[in-house]
Every structure is written in C-alpha cells, then in structure tokens.
Design a protein around this ligand. Structure first.
Ligand SMILES: C[S@@+](CC[C@H](N)C(=O)[O-])C[C@H]1O[C@@H](n2cnc3c(N)ncnc32)[C@H](O)[C@@H]1O
Length: 258
C-alpha cells in the first residue's frame, strides 16, 4: 500500500529526491571533510554562537531533516549517539556514501520528521539545520520533537531570518533580500515560491514562541546570526553580506523541554 503523506511532505520528498539531492551532495562532501562545527551560510563558529550543549559525549541526539548528515557527523565525532531522520531517500543515499567514505556510521532513517515512529522520550537533543525546521510544518514537527525528547532535553533549530523571509524577492533571479517589505508578517506559515516546487514554513516570532510553549518548551535563546566582516556572498545570491551585517539573515531557536 502507498504511504499516505501530507501534501507538503509528498511535494518536498519529490523536490529533494528529484531536483535538490544531486545539487547538495558537493556541499555535503565538503562539510563532512571538515571537523569544525559552524552554522549557517556564513559558517559562523560554534565557539561564537553556543548552539550546542557543552557536553555531547554519550548524548542521544536526533537530527530532524539531516540531509547529507554532516551535522550528525560533527556531533558523532564528539561522542554523541546520533540518529538522522530525512524525508528524502536520495539525500540519505549521499549520507550513506559519506558515512562509508569516513568510516563513521550512525542510524539514518527515511521518515517524515512530523511523525517519525521512533519511541518517545528517547533523546537529549533534537537539532535541525534548514531541515524539518523550514521544510516541515511547525504545528506538526514541534509536537513530534517534544515527544521524542526526554524531560530537560534541548531543541535547537536554524531557520531563515524573519526579516529575510519578508524582504527576499519572489524569484531567485530578482536578486537578494533588500530593504523593502514584500509580504505580510501577520499570517506567516506556509510558503510556496513561484519558481520552485517545494513547500516551506516560516512563522513570525510570536507564533514560534506560542507553538514552542504549547508543546512544553521553555525558549532559552534566539541567536540572530550576523555575517562576519569580509563575509563572501553565498552561491545562490539570495543574501548580500552587507545586508546580513545589518540584519539577521538566519536565526537559531533554542528551547528546553520542561
Ligand atoms: C537543506 S537540507 C538540510 C539538511 C542538511 N543540513 C544538509 O544541508 O544536508 C533539507 C533537508 O530537509 C529534508 N526534509 C524536508 N522535509 C522533511 C520532513 N518533513 N521530514 C524530514 N526531513 C525533511 C529534505 O529531504 C532535505 O534533506
């Protein structure tokens, strides 16, 4: 019997399997080959941002939307027991090749992060870097993350900055985010851009806080990433480093399950 997936999950599965997976493999390979933990498009060091708990040794960590699983690899090298979940079999295929090349293996599960089927209260940290955090519905994946975490467990997830989401043009060819609001802030949730078939989710600040609190999380930080001096423009041209020196192009939410 064919698996019944919500329409956004089915669309994103096809998008990542058929279009994006081959494009992301080279970046995955480069990231697996490094050992420093960095975050976001400008590669800001963990030592500066403090996204992760101080101690990773022996921690049970689930990466929601792991893709090529380089974040999981960085954490596994620091002694964590990592499980990667991803909606795209093709992304996981690349992750498995890289696991073999680096002789570093941890479980990779093909599943929707909104409904993983994993046992509850089995992880100390749930993490997502542009994974479920933007491609899954927060009203479905945040409750699932809460279910997966033990009491006191932490959730950290990286998403596009809210100001960036409001100011980036509709299509890639129109250039990077500028200083004009192009769409409403109120009602932010599901986004379908005219030039790509994927479905993204972005919330306003209040809605993020409410969905986290409604699922038993205490918000512990909102790290707004500032581009470093002399940052180079990312390959997709969607963020101008000067803009990202002035406004947060990316943000990382941190929360703890009470
Ligand atoms: C930009 S990648 C981020 C992952 C990783 N940081 C990387 O760059 O390889 C986005 C990933 O989210 C996955 N994804 C999208 N929707 C998902 C869902 N509902 N559940 C789990 N993974 C999902 C995609 O298949 C893709 O591998």
């Amino acid at each position: 019997m064919r698996e019944q997936l919500p329409d956004h999950v089915a669309k994103n599965r096809a998008y990542w399997d058929e279009i994006n997976a081959p494009k992301y493999a080279p970046h995955g390979r480069r990231a697996w080959a490094t050992n420093e933990v960095t975050w976001g498009i400008f590669g800001v060091a963990e030592a500066e941002l403090h996204v992760l708990p101080d101690e990773l040794e022996g921690k049970d960590i689930v990466e929601l939307g792991c893709g090529t699983a380089y974040v999981g690899a960085w954490l596994a090298r620091r002694g964590a027991n990592v499980t990667g979940i991803d909606n795209s079999a093709e992304q996981l295929k690349t992750a498995r090749v890289l696991q073999d090349e680096h002789d570093l293996h941890f479980p990779l599960i093909h599943a929707n992060a909104e409904e993983t089927g994993l046992p509850g209260a089995s992880f100390d940290l749930a993490i997502s870097e542009y994974g479920a955090s933007i491609w899954a519905d927060p009203y479905r994946w945040i409750p699932e993350a809460a279910r997966l975490l033990r009491r006191g467990g932490e959730l950290s997830f990286l998403v596009n900055g809210t100001l960036w989401v409001l100011t980036v043009p509709d299509t890639d060819g129109e250039g990077p985010a500028a200083e004009r609001l192009l769409r409403p802030y109120f009602g932010m949730h599901r986004f379908e851009w005219p030039d790509d078939p994927g479905v993204e989710f972005h919330l306003g600040y209040g809605d993020w806080i409410r969905v986290l609190r409604a699922n038993g999380f205490e918000v512990t930080d909102l790290i707004e990433i500032q581009a470093p001096d002399r940052a180079r423009p990312p390959g997709d041209g969607l963020v101008d480093p000067d803009w990202a020196r002035r406004y947060p192009a990316e943000q990382i939410w941190k929360a703890r399950k009470q």
